[in-house]
Ligand binder design. Structure first.
Ligand code: SF4
Length: 276
């Protein structure tokens, strides 16, 4: 019997490339965890690229868009804490609370802190911290100051650096708006599991509105519960695949929305998942 070892197609399309000097390192197409887990230390998932200077670490997805950031200075609140940017262009600060505090209070290892008000009873105001604000507000300026014409830098690395610098904050905001337009609205609720192990989802709207319009609920909208047509769902899937583009390989979960999607007929739910 002849065994043929096939190359991983992702290794061909995303070969690892590295550059390291005293004050700057760049690793392209780093491969981290494939499986999502709930653990008490920072874990990164999927394939992404990492830029590290003496002061900061920035990480980018396969579309050259920033996805994680943190400062390395003493002023940063805790070395295990970091900033994450979502596909909706929201920034989240993951606070460990010294681990013991958060896990004892809520059973999670990290507490996500947002830039907008939420119904969370816990959490400080990390975005008001100067070092967090510096990275959150100023990552693009800090990135722009990283030289990309060094003679010791491989051409592939210099090209990548030029590509990540070209994507502006306005580009990221516009892309998030396109995401909301494809689905019909910003996703306001995620499955609790996405919090436990911090996995990312692609939102697909198969029905608008919700059933009960409960008085206490802050995420409801005024839309009556209405099913989307199979044609509209196919259109969304096509547009979402184009939007997530090269970074699609980093997603393994589809979130069927909006709020009461599971009230849709079983064949529409099954057909939506199968079409994706
Ligand atoms: S989203 Fe759920 S909890 Fe909120 S009003 Fe609708 S049915 Fe009630």
């Amino acid at each position: 019997m002849l065994l043929v070892q096939l190359n991983d197609p992702f290794e061909i399309t995303h070969p690892e490339t590295a550059f390291a000097s005293e004050d700057l390192s760049i690793f392209l197409n780093v491969r981290e965890n494939k499986e999502y887990v709930k653990v008490s230390y920072p874990v990164k998932y999927g394939i992404f690229s990492r830029l590290e200077t003496r002061e900061m670490i920035l990480e980018f997805n396969l579309n050259h868009e920033i996805r994680h950031a943190r400062s390395k200075t003493r002023q940063w609140l805790h070395p295990s804490e970091w900033l994450k940017r979502t596909a909706g262009n929201d920034w989240i600060y993951y606070s460990s609370g010294g681990y013991a505090g958060v896990v004892e209070a809520i059973g999670e290892y990290y507490l996500p802190n947002f830039t907008y008000p939420t119904n969370s009873l816990l959490g400080g105001r990390p975005f008001a911290e100067p070092e967090v604000a510096k990275i959150h507000q100023g990552w693009h300026e800090l990135l722009a100051a990283v030289p990309d014409n060094r003679p010791d830098m491989p051409a592939r690395i210099a090209e990548w650096l030029g590509q990540v610098k070209q994507i502006t904050k306005a580009d990221l905001e516009n892309k998030a708006q396109t995401l909301f337009e494809i689905c019909g609205a910003r996703t306001t609720v995620l499955p609790p599991d996405a919090r436990h192990s911090d996995y990312n989802v692609i939102p697909l709207t198969i029905a608008d509105g919700c059933l009960y319009k409960c008085r206490f609920c802050k995420v409801k909208n005024k839309k009556p519960f209405t099913l989307r047509t199979p044609g509209d769902i196919r259109r969304q899937i096509q547009d979402l695949a184009g939007l997530f583009s090269s970074d699609l390989v980093n997603y393994n979960a589809l979130f069927l929305g909006e709020h009461d999607a599971l009230n849709a007929p079983a064949d529409l739910i099954a057909c939506s998942a199968a079409t994706w």
